[in-house]
Design a protein around this ligand. Structure first.
Ligand code: NDP
Ligand code: 2IT
Length: 450
């Protein structure tokens, strides 16, 4: 990076940090994008003049609200709810909601910022948003989750709508939570519109939304491998997490002939030396989605070793799919992956590799697919759910399967368009950032100063 660009970047980041003290996750997300965008716009002064990056890094608005609900013992509980609407330059605000005790403004601002670029990459007309709460669904009864969701939506419904802002799931928000949230939205608004995605099929949901993120992440890897005349067949994969994204990344990897040797949750990981079988995956789905149990129970049931409080990155592999949460791959973890033979990483979770971790992958010149490209399949199918709701139609599963596959290839193509470096290394991070930025930035230019 030449010194004039580096100087501008430094001034920009200083201001961001001053205006969002202590919001480390948000700073890192902005830094990662700005490092690619500033050199790109150096000879395009209009983007600087119109302060496009500065505007994108300041959310349009943030809602924070109290959520008060009653637990099964009659105790009154208080949580905090949020919705960060980052940008609606290219379509209504769109993005998931996370229920997890770690949720704070920094995490949601980073996710809403990232979502803006991700949604642009899908080619569909969606802006970027994210929301959620520090509520922890773990250990709560269905009725407690229902009461929390109803209380949460009683405030949120004021700020969302099918042409305004369309939330969906994320960590801790799956089919059960979306059902309760949508039921309350419908009751308060007295209308049936597609103001949430990830709904069940019976009430306006789309085929393959459940599978889309995990499948898409593996499709992106398939496309990266294809570029090298290679495939997933016979590859050993490590996958983290055992939730929605992880389960379907595992399913698609198995379908494409790969071997998946790990699964995990926040308590530790399980090593399955000969690879997870389809029956074992079915067990994990039932354990996690129905019984809401812990992954240690899977290890116990099938006689595998459970590595308590450990992450799976030290297990030798060809490919890695981090599918749990942000910052789960540190510099050291990344070094371990490279050392033990990993040739490709596709991020199913949002920003699972730290800035230093990404640098290790890029220095080693291995394939690295950043989250905003690799996990965009979920929100893409959400976008298709919005289209179906608007038309009051349900498309057939085959149509959606085909659409998802095409969208992921198109995103891969967009990353190639902007990411191939002079030494022929494909910098997917650069490609995704510039590819996602351009459409949003050009729309903002068209609107003038707003
Ligand atoms: P789920 O809640 O279904 O699963 C999350 C998984 O990650 C669980 O196994 C959970 O373990 C683990 N996990 C969560 N937080 C932590 C933590 N702090 N440390 C270690 N493990 C953790 O969520 P999803 O599968 O939907 O989401 C996973 C990731 O994918 C997130 O980064 C999300 O933002 C991203 N994503 C999700 C999309 C979607 O469509 N759902 C779309 C695009 C991205 P435990 O049960 O112990 O908490
Ligand atoms: O991070 C994400 O892209 C999601 N959690 C999915 C968002 C959506 O609106 O489907």
């Amino acid at each position: 990076m030449d010194s004039s660009v580096a100087g501008k970047l430094e001034v920009f980041m200083k201001k961001i940090k001053r205006n969002s003290l202590g919001q480390t996750e948000f700073h890192n997300a902005v830094q990662e994008v700005a490092e690619q965008i500033f050199p790109y716009i150096e000879d395009k002064p209009i983007y600087h003049k119109m302060r496009i990056m500065e505007r994108l890094a300041e959310p349009d608005r943030v809602f924070m609200f109290r959520v008060c609900w009653e637990d099964d013992q009659g105790n009154i509980r208080v949580n905090r709810g949020y919705r960060v609407q980052n940008s609606n330059a290219i379509g209504p605000y769109k993005g998931g909601m996370r229920f997890h005790p770690s949720v704070n403004l920094s995490i949601l601002k980073f996710l809403a910022f990232e979502q803006t670029f991700k949604n642009s990459l899908t080619g569909l007309p969606m802006g970027g948003a994210k929301g959620g709460s520090d509520f922890d669904p773990k250990g709560k009864s269905d009725r407690e989750v229902m009461r929390f969701c109803q209380a949460f939506m009683s405030e949120l419904f004021n700020y969302i709508g099918p042409n305004l802002d369309i939330p969906a799931g994320d960590i801790g928000v799956g089919a059960r939570e979306i059902g309760y949230l949508f039921g309350q939205y419908k009751r308060l608004k007295r209308e049936f519109t597609g103001a949430l995605t990830g709904k069940a099929l019976q009430y306006g949901g789309s085929h393959i939304r459940v599978e889309a993120t995990g499948y898409g992440t593996v499709y992106f890897m398939e496309d990266m491998l294809k570029e090298k005349k290679d495939s997933l067949e016979g590859k050993t994969c490590v996958i983290s997490g055992s939730g929605n994204v992880s389960q379907y990344a595992c399913e698609k990897a198995l379908q494409l002939g790969a071997k998946v040797v790990t699964t995990s949750d926040s308590a530790g990981f399980v090593h399955i030396p000969n690879g997870i079988s389809r029956d074992e995956l079915a067990y994990i789905k039932e354990l996690k989605n129905v019984r809401r149990g812990r992954i240690a129970e899977f290890a116990k049931e099938f006689g595998y070793q459970f590595h308590k409080n450990k992450k799976p990155w030290g297990i030798p592999c060809d490919l890695a799919f981090p599918c749990a949460t942000q910052n789960e791959i540190s510099k050291k973890d990344a070094e371990m992956l490279v050392k033990y033979g990993c040739i490709g990483v596709s991020e199913g979770a949002n920003m699972p590799a730290t800035l230093e971790g990404v640098q290790v992958f890029q220095d080693a010149k291995i394939m690295f697919a950043p989250s905003k490209a690799a996990n965009a399949g979920g929100v893409a199918v959400s976008g298709l759910e919005m289209s179906q709701n608007a038309a009051r139609l349900t498309w057939k599963e085959e149509v959606l399967q085909k659409n998802l596959r095409t969208i992921m290839s198109d995103i891969h193509g967009k990353c190639m368009e902007y990411g191939v470096e002079s030494n022929n290394y494909i910098n997917y991070l650069k490609g995704a950032n510039i590819g996602g930025f351009k459409k949003v930035a050009d729309a903002m230019l068209a609107y003038g100063v707003v």
